[in-house]
Design a protein around this ligand. Sequence first.
Ligand code: 8Y7
Length: 279
Amino acid sequence: MLFDCAGKSLDLSAPRIMGIVNITPDSFSDGGKFFSRDAALRQAVKLVEDGADILDMGGESTRPGSTPVEEQEEIDRVAPVIEAISAELDVPISIDTMKAGVMRAAVAVGAGLINDVNALRGEGALEAVAELNVPVCLMHMQGTPQTMQKEPHYQDVVSEVEAFLLERVAVCERAGIQADKIILDPGFGFGKRARHNLRLMKRLSRLTALPYPVLVGVSRKSIIGDMLKVDVNERLAGSLALASIAVWQGAKLIRTHDVRETAQAVKLTQHVQQVEDFD
Ligand code: 8Y7
């Protein structure tokens, strides 16, 4: 359960917090590159102070309908920030990308985990991770970020997500990626309707029963908006409720924008799990 993230260790024997750092210009009102770089750095420092165990850095938005970014542009966005953060902070850094070139460039400047919402289906991605020898998070997505929310369809979402992830694990192992470097993620919101997300959360223990740590990302997502009819700035309580349900079922990494509050929810959930039944 100890993951070696390019020299920085991540202990997944207990649930940990992954803090989100966006390095996409459209994530910031100002939209300028320099502002976003600086903001990303300050954000990273704050998230670590708040208790993040690992930082997830992304240079391409994967929101429904978002436009893809050229590889070099994505590298230009993320590499300087990862380099600065990995020099300044002790926590492992995860690179959120679907592109092999970005994976290589990010690991070269200090990233120690690949978070691929495309589960290494992109050109050269499998080979890149096998060579880089860092842990990888394989996420389920039906469709692509451009199309995924158009017509999500499942007979049995839990079984289909599980089967997809196990197939990707098999592909990884054939490519030379060791089983003990693999993390799985059902991909909440990625080609799923509200009921699909709810079913996956209800039955998350099916995935946590597999011999791989499970990462869950529900922070501020539309599943919360769909159920509670609250916009994105009012989804903290819902995010914490879902994080607790996930940890209760054995999730080992919670990906969140709100590290401080999520760390409290996770800790409390663990206390309930660990209390002795009798005096
Ligand atoms: C997830 C993710 C996003 C997730 C993993 C958002 C990059 C959308 N969501 N990576 N990335 N799991 N592993 O709303 O659920 O944060 S982006």
